[in-house]
Design a binder for this molecule. Sequence first.
Ligand SMILES: [Zn+2]
Length: 157
Amino acid sequence: MSAGLGLSLIDRAVKESFASRCTKDDLERIRQYFLSKGAFRCLYCGSENPTRWDHLHAVSRGGDTVPGNLVPACQRCDDSKQDKDVNEWAKGNAKHRPPLEALARIEAEIRAYQSHFSHEPKEFEAKLSAGDLAKYKRFRQEIEVLREHLKTEGLLK
Ligand SMILES: [Zn+2]
């Protein structure tokens, strides 16, 4: 692992510690929602073997682990999407991205799902209280100091 990747993983872990998390019952409510829409499948490609919960809005961007932000996905789609929103992913060049023709269908399903759970995605900093935002910013400064230090030592490309 590169030092740069390590720094971004620390950032993600700290962001995740500020995120809301759901219970097993919430996951069951999400499963029931998708079952009521027909079947429990990968939201993106329709695979009948969704083994992952994808965050529509990635944790690294402030996404919460809650109903309205978690959708069933297969491993292939989840790995391909990474931390992108679905629109960016479909319009990008990742291998295994959904075809553009499928984008309207996927976005409509996402809107219906978010509205069912009254979920409105927010950017990371926008959802923090003033105290938590100050805490996060202090942490970011420390990361930047560490980044500079690694650069000075030639350990960060
Ligand atoms: Zn899939």
